[in-house]
Write a protein that binds this ligand. Structure first.
Ligand SMILES: NC(=O)C[C@H](N)C(=O)O
Length: 347
């Protein structure tokens, strides 16, 4: 049987890093990284492209577009893609790629490591090997993260641990698969996410691709006493605020000073901007209808509900939706579509 063709897109991260006197920083190229794991040659025919070589702390939305373009330029020439990436912002990039390259019949798998490839106790070798393995799997598709033996939908990952090898968890959604050494164990035969028109599945042989993002999105975490005039301070620089509310969706009436939050938030959205409500609680998501301190925001134009999406997915999806249109109703429609398993349909 002929081997599948996989394109490795290297972007840097700890996996590529070396200590050269100033702290770890990316130094190895993607080509060099593959030489540490010659076993991948048994799995696939591999080509490498170096999109950038940076700590993922320095990744910006323009870099997400660059990674997406690198994949799409070669889409027809390969059966799957593995993106080597720093772990710190991998969940953002995986979410962004999920919105930029939708309904991909070919898998786009992100991985990286907690320890550098050249370190004696690295997790990089197995992560690289298992990501290539997953990218060659006939049932793999869309954007995912394969890391520490689990495969997570690209919109559902969160970096949960700063040091341990099981750095990522799948938030509010089961992992797509586990990988035991070289065996893929699917946790369930997933029905694939709905398209914007409500239909299911991957009937097309090409994905639906987007090439624009609006980076003017601010994530604001409520803290007790926060001054609601923060909204007018943000207005000149931002088109959307993602508000991390308390609990299942609590927004205080008043800060220690300043006008009431409802006035501040209503005038934010009534000026054509977007507010997305989410929760600062890590699991189970938002329901604005439950408490009096949330209900006033449940059905106001321009106020979107993040449901059980991750904060990373909400940031990327808001940038993507605002990149496509400035019409508030259309932004709302795009935001509410389920894409790559990003939100549960219970709202
Ligand atoms: N483990 C890592 O890759 C962390 C690194 N600072 C990065 O995100 O690029």
């Amino acid at each position: 049987m002929t081997k599948k063709r996989i394109l490795l897109v290297a972007t840097g991260g700890t996996i590529a890093s070396k200590e050269e006197g100033n702290g770890l920083s990316p130094a190895l190229s993607g080509e060099e990284l593959t030489r540490y794991v010659p076993e991948v040659a048994d799995l696939a025919t591999l080509d490498v492209k170096q999109a950038m070589n940076i700590d993922s702390t320095n990744m910006r939305p323009s870099d997400w577009l660059r990674v997406a373009r690198t994949i799409m330029e070669s889409y027809d020439d390969y059966d799957g893609f593995v993106v080597l990436h720093g772990t710190d912002t991998m969940a953002y990039t995986a979410a962004a790629l999920s919105y930029l390259i939708q309904h991909s019949p070919k898998p786009i798998v992100l991985t990286g490591s907690q320890r550098p490839m050249a370190s004696a106790f690295t997790d990089a070798k197995l992560n690289l090997y298992q990501s290539v393995l997953y990218a060659t799997d006939d049932d793999a598709r869309d954007v995912s993260i394969a890391f520490g033996g689990i495969v997570i939908a690209g919109t559902r990952a969160r970096k949960q641990r700063t040091m341990s090898f099981n750095a990522f968890t799948s938030v509010n959604f089961p992992p797509l698969a586990y990988i035991r050494t070289d065996r893929i164990v699917r946790s369930a035969p997933f029905a694939h996410a709905r398209k914007a028109d409500g239909s299911r599945g991957h009937t097309a042989d090409r994905p639906v691709v987007y090439d624009k993002l609006d980076p003017r999105v601010f994530a604001l975490k409520l803290t007790p006493g926060l001054d609601s005039r923060i909204f007018s301070a943000l207005a000149p620089s931002y088109d959307a605020v993602i508000l991390e509310t308390f609990g299942i969706g609590g927004i205080p009436e008043q800060g220690e000073t300043g006008p009431c939050f409802q006035d501040a938030i209503y005038s934010w959205v009534d000026s054509g901007r977007i507010a997305v409500m989410t929760t600062q609680v890590p699991e189970e998501g938002l329901d604005l209808g439950v408490y009096e301190v949330g209900r006033a925001y449940a059905n106001h134009p321009g106020i979107l509900r993040g449901a059980d999406m991750t904060p990373e997915a909400i940031v990327a999806k808001t940038m993507w939706a605002l990149g496509q249109t400035r019409d508030v109703a259309e932004v709302e429609h795009l935001f509410n579509c389920e894409i790559n398993h990003d939100r549960s349909p219970f709202e």
